[in-house]
Design a protein around this ligand. Sequence first.
Ligand code: SF4
Length: 390
Amino acid sequence: MLRPMTVAASNRRKKPASRAAAVPGRCAAPRNGAHLAEALLAWYDRHRRSLPWRARPGERPDPYRVWLSEIMLQQTTVAAVVPYYARFLARFPDLRRLAAAPLEDVLRLWAGLGYYARARNLHACAEAVVARHAGVFPDTVEALRALPGIGPYTAAAVAAIAFDRPAMPVDGNIERVVARLHAVAEELPRGKAVVACHAQALMPAQRPGDFAQAMMDLGATICTPRAPACGSCPCRDSCAAFALGTPDGFPRKAAKTTGALRRGAAFVVLRRDGRVLLRERPPTGLLGGMSEVPTTAWSADFDASAALAQAPRYRGARWRRLSGTVTHTFTHFPLELTVYATRLPADAAALPDARFVPLRDLAREALPNVMRKVIAHAVAGSAGAQGGGA
Ligand code: SF4
């Protein structure tokens, strides 16, 4: 899973928590819940963020835009999503156009946004809504959950925002706000169910969609991970963490474990006419269906001395190991790639299941960021290389 940008954590939509599981006796509507909802909605009416996918006051939300934005925002920042959302809407202005498009076009437009399984599911979901619901999004959590790529969080978000259903979508922002409002003692992720249950209990009967978006906005702009602006918070009177004087001590989190470093080799075949050899990754799994240069497997026990045995077989190719490595951090593991490059004549044929693509056209390729880094490294490292390249 790609993590394409380093930005303020408060703006990144973290992996959504599941919707509230019943935790009898451990969560309930707060005594002053009505006052909290009223204060938060009044704040939202004055300070709501203007987002390209958000309906303006008095407008009816478009379920297609709400769904598209919610899928894009998973694990990604608003700032990163805005240009992708604009390009998607320009190319696929409605659900039917998206459903009718080739998957490759969707993956191309998605390239760089990361978490590519979402793009495949996006396309599958559009097809399913057309096939099962005549192109109209269903308006209940249960029916939305039955669609490809729509989990508990997205179902709640679309149901609340697009259809004003009282379903609370618990993303990272809302999780943080609720954990603070209730000073939840349990560490996350163990305490997620309790937080989600508290969150659902906060949901008012009036304007549930606005309330969900108000909670999101509060978490993104006021109740930030570090140094929350409690002085400007409409929920301060109801906040247990504020009363304790330790707002940023919540949510409590268990120590993180990160995956072990994986290593591998990438092979960049450059042709003298400015083309590079690409192939497609398998349709499922990490970066499924995306383009890549040939690589070895990525593993913790990668044997660098045996890497060249797996290089694409071109008679007479002289491989050069480039200095330095390309590193990339996926959600579950960091990756370090050693890059080998070779230059071939302009008439070299592509290997089976691969193709030569002009370097100037790479922007239109469904290339994940890690592969863009690899190719950039090889092009820079090969500049000035003479003769047979290697
Ligand atoms: S008072 Fe402070 S900690 Fe509590 S919800 Fe508001 S910003 Fe967050």
